[in-house]
Design a protein around this ligand. Sequence first.
Ligand code: HEC
Length: 263
Amino acid sequence: MSEESNIPVKYAYKGFNLISFGTCIKLLFSGYLVTIAAGYLMALIQILFTHGMADGKFGLSLDDIVYSYYGDRSGSVLESKLNGSMKFNAPEQERFKIIQWVRDGASEPAYNASIKTIVDNHCVSCHNAAAGSLPDFSRFENLKKVSESSEGATFQSLTRLSHIHLFGISFIFMFVGIIFSFSTDVPCKYKYPAIVMPYLFLLVDIASWWLTKLNPHFAWLVIIAGVGLGISFAFMWTVSMYQMWILGGIRKQSDRRNALLRD
Ligand code: HEC
């Protein structure tokens, strides 16, 4: 870090901005931005694994979002699993018997008469009380529960997820926004929207979960809000990092009393 620097003269010593900050502040901001970016990446992978598999196929689609929030009202979890990931656990005929039983209303007498033996033979080896996270299908109530049609996310889980996301993500964008506010020479017509948009998209995103719960047509709004949030994050992140480390060469300040600007 030489005495000479390549900072364009018009930025040098003109107060606080991402270019003129001392290395301490730049390291602090960058550490935060890099960690948050890793967190964002993990969140995307998590979405791919939870919502991405909702329709039985890998990858996120509109159907996934509809199934996650609105549910698959045409069928039960049991039926869709028997046609999906549980397909090879029972012979064709026995699977059809279970599906027929589900469609006939999943009554207890019919269960005792023919379904219990099939389930005991083909399913309970995995789905038993000791299995922990898997539902225990040696009990009628548990099988009955998955035979009811799926209503998607429950209101309790939506309220829980909504408040966690609203508090957590607005916090993240408070700091990303503060850092980005120190960028210099970004035209206001980009800067103002970039700062406001994350909050707007966050509100739209959360609202769209609830709307999709009521009406599956709103699923596209979930995608638009998610993409918008991602774009504003990527924009602020890139501009901030670029200004700190590429545009702003490090200039040694002779006055060591200025803790924000000196190195
Ligand atoms: C080899 C072990 C194994 C066998 C046998 C098996 N399952 Fe599963 N089952 C799993 C695992 C693991 C999961 C969780 C992963 C998934 O959903 O695909 C699961 C999930 C399910 C679910 C979803 C549960 C939920 O709450 O989301 C249903 C319903 C189900 N199985 C039904 C059946 C039925 C009916 C049979 C018998 C025909 C059966 N399974 C046999 C391992 C098994």
